[in-house]
Design a protein around this ligand. Structure first.
Ligand code: NIG
Ligand code: FE
Length: 403
């Protein structure tokens, strides 16, 4: 790129204390190389940027590129048969206990080569990128042994080389118990803590550590062990918590100053308070709520009242959330969870950045931030959440480059 470029449009900066959406109508954002260098109303454009290349997007809207902060993008196979079973009346837990569910995806993932895993993940990634996503978190958790967990994480890291996207990887060894370890969950947790996680970390493949705290997952005690191992390796933690029942997982991850507690349909007030006290983000996953016919709502009002930041993600996975659109997740968060469109956009920008432990200011349009932007064929930000199944992206800028 040659010198600064000034983009003219309506701009949802998502900067705090700047009014609704930090919106600047008829604004300018100036990018230079891979950074944002200025943003403001066009009539305040500094003289030094008046002579540079100008691009007019007239009535279009520019937002920060979206951040999908909870996905299981890398996996083998699919679970369409399970979808049919559940529609005939089986619950997600019943399918899991009958050896389907996560464990069936583990089988298919282990049977796939790294190239096959990469091809499948790229197809799904392309759908998310076409929706304005510029940063994605990808979890392991369908390998569940040393060889296959590392393979998943390697594939996740390769996505960044194959496409214009930032990738954060999360180790989810404590996702489910495979048949090799049936009735030996504690032994499996020791294997995760003493062998798989250290090996993944020594290959530089782990940005954070996650677990599934649930009746069909792991107990608080077992998750505590995983968190101790993460702390020993200086890694931040997050947790699938209170999805199907209340095991007080959110309080557990909050007390460890964890980045996020995710799902949260069964969260109670003590969990909300622990999250508020420790700055732990609530990641809400409307795709899983919808797919599992959940009727219990996450306590959105209590979270907002307590000042807990809320993020929204696809939870893209073959079982509980085969959802390939973050813009649709925003719509679902509004309609199913009654978030405002402004909260939904904050949930896929600045609050999603925070759920990933990114630097302060990520997920906003501000001088000094990376030039990762989404340009939309809409005038005003509420339109993004309003459509169902629309594809409003006009273009995306990644590291200052139009993609
Ligand atoms: O976020 N809850 C556990 N893990 C995933 C589901 C994974 C699966 O069903 O394959 C989730 O919903
Ligand atoms: Fe998940």
């Amino acid at each position: 790129m040659t010198g600064p470029i000034c983009l003219h449009a309506n701009i949802a900066t998502m900067q705090k204390n700047q009014g609704s959406y930090g919106l600047i109508e008829k604004g300018c954002v100036v990018i230079n190389e891979d950074k944002i260098v200025w943003v403001g109303p066009h009539h305040e454009l500094p003289a030094e940027y008046i002579g540079v290349t100008q691009k007019h997007y007239s009535d279009r809207l520019i937002t920060p590129a979206l951040i999908d902060c909870h996905t299981h993008l890398v996996y083998g196979g699919d679970r369409a048969a399970e979808f049919e079973m559940r529609l005939e009346g089986a619950s997600y837990e019943e399918v899991a206990r009958a050896g389907g569910g996560i464990v069936s995806t583990v089988k298919a993932t282990r049977a796939a080569s790294e190239e096959e895993l990469l091809d499948g993940a790229l197809k799904r990634l392309d759908m998310l990128l076409a929706d304005g996503v510029g940063t994605i978190e990808v979890k392991s958790g369908y390998g569940l042994d040393l060889k296959n967990e590392l393979a998943m994480l390697r594939v996740a890291r390769r996505l960044e080389k194959e496409r214009p996207v930032h990738v954060r990887t999360t180790f989810l060894g404590a996702h489910a118990l495979t048949p090799e370890y049936s009735n030996r969950a504690d032994d499996y947790i020791d294997y995760v803590c003493n062998e798989i996680l250290p090996a993944a970390v020594s290959e530089g493949l782990v940005d954070a550590v996650d677990g599934f705290c649930e009746g069909i997952g792991f107990s608080r005690k077992q998750i505590e062990k995983v968190f101790n191992a993460a702390a020993g390796l200086n890694l931040p933690v997050k947790l699938h918590a209170e999805q199907l029942s209340n095991l007080n997982g959110a309080a557990l991850v909050a007390e460890r100053r964890g980045l996020s507690a995710d799902h949260l349909e069964y969260l109670d007030q003590s969990g909300v308070d622990a999250m508020a006290k420790n700055g732990t983000v609530a990641v809400l996953l409307p795709g899983a709520f919808y797919t599992l016919h959940e009727t219990r709502m996450p306590p959105v009002a209590a979270l907002l009242e307590a000042g807990v930041p809320i993020a929204i993600a696809t939870d893209c996975n073959p079982g509980s959330s085969p959802l390939f659109s973050l813009v649709l997740a925003m719509n679902m968060a509004c309609t199913l969870f009654r978030l405002t469109p402004e909260l939904a956009l904050a949930g896929v920008t600045l609050n999603a950045a925070r759920a990933l432990g990114l630097e302060e200011g990520r997920g906003t349009i501000a001088a000094g931030q990376p030039a990762d932007l989404a340009i939309w064929d809409v005038k005003m930000p509420a339109e993004l959440s309003y459509g169902i199944g629309h594809r409003p992206l006009h273009a995306r800028i990644h590291g200052g480059v139009l993609v």
